[in-house]
Design a protein around this ligand. Structure first.
Ligand code: KPL
Length: 306
């Protein structure tokens, strides 16, 4: 039987566990223990415990387990490598990994370091945690899966089918790198600004912030061009990226972006995975990244208070 291990009992991790458990043996793995019924409580109070184990990393290390068919890493970007290191000894090095992180930090590093196949997933499924009591599937979206070097399309296809069967619509794609950078571009234009100013996404449209959004997008668009990343709306250049960003701002106007939630909860942000690759790319191509660097510096100051 297909066995899925999910590292990281955050919103996406629990959504995956909740969805996969009815169709496959599933283990949700966290650093600290989590009562099984809490891990799988939805807003509606529905509980699905079939085939689901809720384990700590320490329990995985001490027991004997059937090797998993997929290990999903659903932690924040900066925690992905240490999460993998925590279980690497307990799985065969040929085990397929699935990386669910934002940005473009963990994906190239783990793809290079892990001997087995590494798939990347990017999703627009909406989910959030309600304390330790459960996960809310807030909005249906779509998930794309693929690997950075297009060497594992059969595996990506099998995973997409499993996710779709589990109720999370998914497609295997050959351009996952494009899709990860496209999401990163949008996140870079929205997340740092809303996190720094403590505002919901929709407020970026106001006079106080819109010029700053445009300044970020100007730098991001030049970097995307250098990286060979097209805007998903098919257009060329800065205007296409700006139109996309304003569309996402409109669609998510009432959202508290993930980076704002991190700042409010005094957690480290994903700036290293979102702004980091952009600033590094700008340096590589001799492009301006002044505005991006300023945002990164401001976030670093906020994080220093964590
Ligand atoms: O992906 C997001 C996030 O919060 O990380 C956006 C698109 C900005 C929606 O809030």
């Amino acid at each position: 039987m297909t066995t899925h291990w999910i590292l990281g009992p955050g919103a996406i991790g629990r959504l995956l566990a909740h969805s996969l458990a009815p169709i496959a043996a599933t283990a949700l793995v966290g650093r600290r223990s989590l009562p099984e019924q809490q891990a799988l409580t939805t807003l509606e109070g529905e509980q699905r415990v079939q085939q689901l184990k809720v384990l700590t990393v320490a329990q995985l290390g001490s027991g004997t387990h059937e090797p998993p068919a997929f290990v999903h890493i659903t932690t924040k970007a900066m925690a992905a490598e240490s999460a993998l290191a925590g279980i690497a000894e307990t799985i065969p090095p040929t085990t397929p990994l699935v990386l669910w992180q934002n940005g473009f930090l963990a994906q190239p590093r783990i793809t290079q370091a892990w001997p087995g196949p590494v798939l990347c997933a990017t999703t627009t499924e909406g989910a959030y945690l309600v304390g330790d009591a459960g996960v809310v599937h807030a909005g249906r979206g779509h998930t794309y899966v693929g690997d950075l070097h297009n060497q594992h399309s059969d595996l990506a296809e099998a995973l997409a089918q499993a996710l779709t069967q589990a109720g999370l619509a998914a497609t295997a794609v050959s351009d996952i790198r494009q899709r990860l950078w496209q999401k990163l571009a949008v996140n870079a234009a929205i997340n740092p600004l809303v996190a720094i100013h403590g505002v919901r996404n929709g407020e970026l449209r106001g006079e106080a912030y819109s010029g700053h959004v445009e300044a970020v997008v100007k730098e991001v668009a030049a970097i995307m061009y250098a990286e060979g990343i097209q805007s998903p709306n098919g257009g060329e250049g800065e205007n296409a990226w700006l139109a996309l960003v304003w569309q996402v701002v409109k669609n998510t106007a009432n959202n508290k972006a993930s980076m704002l939630q991190d700042v409010e909860a005094k957690r480290l942000t994903e700036r290293g995975a979102i702004l980091g690759p952009l600033i590094e790319s700008a340096q590589r191509y001799g492009l301006v990244s002044k505005v991006l660097q300023e945002l990164d510096d401001e976030l670093a100051v906020l994080e220093a208070g964590c």
